[in-house]
Design a protein around this ligand. Structure first.
Ligand code: AMP
Length: 143
């Protein structure tokens, strides 16, 4: 039987967070073209949207972008430069605070590949990915 350590179960998400300076992001006023370029180049399917003061505003993903330019018979690529990220981004997504317990984050990560972390003033601190938690869980299982 595998017994998970208390350190793992009782940890806060801060220990698994990718800090904001390493997270690719866009601003709400950026064009969809800019966002799609960043998403394609980075290989990420979705990235955070922040305001100029680094407050979290939502998520923008490549499928939402392609969906927004889908015409009747073709993709209307010329629209990419005129539509803004804030018109298409998803703003109702779960966010967690820096002191959120790992247990709570794990239950949210069942349905989301990553979670955005904000501080008490709603400023963006980073993300916690399913991969970073599973990596640690894998270590726990085999130690
Ligand atoms: P991963 O667990 O590394 O496969 O990442 C899962 C998802 O988390 C990616 O598809 C992105 O949406 C997001 N993500 C991971 N790392 C970053 C990063 N450094 N910057 C922005 N988004 C990220």
């Amino acid at each position: 039987m595998v017994i998970l350590s208390n350190e793992f179960i009782e940890a806060t998400i801060m220990e698994y967070m990718i800090p904001s300076e390493k997270v690719a992001h866009v601003q709400g006023g950026n064009s969809l073209e800019h966002a799609l370029l960043l998403l394609t180049k980075s290989g990420y399917s979705s990235i955070p949207v922040l305001d100029s003061k680094f407050r979290f505003k939502g998520l923008i993903g490549s499928s939402a972008i392609t969906d927004s330019i889908l015409g009747l018979e073709r993709f209307e690529f010329e629209k990419l430069e005129t539509i803004k990220v804030e018109e298409v981004m998803k703003s109702t997504v779960p966010i967690v605070k820096t002191d959120t317990a790992l247990k709570k984050a794990i239950s949210l990560l069942v349905d989301h590949p990553f979670l955005c972390v904000v501080n008490e003033e709603e400023y963006f601190e980073g993300i916690v990915t399913r991969r970073s938690i599973l990596k640690q869980l894998n270590r726990e299982i085999y130690k």
